[in-house]
Write a protein that binds this ligand. Structure first.
Ligand code: ZN
Length: 44
């Protein structure tokens, strides 16, 4: 599980750097945290 934790941290860093977020429900890529929250409210 330790290796998986590092993988997740690197993934989070990558996403924050790109400022793209991935919806963990439909796997859609959304630009920005606010847009993702809006997507979660409207689509799910
Ligand atoms: Zn979604």
């Amino acid at each position: 599980m330790f290796g998986f934790g590092i993988y997740l941290m690197r993934l989070v860093d990558y996403l924050q750097e790109k400022k793209y977020k991935k919806c963990n429900i439909c796997n859609k890529t959304i630009q920005g945290k606010d847009k993702l929250e809006e997507h979660m409210l409207k689509e799910h």
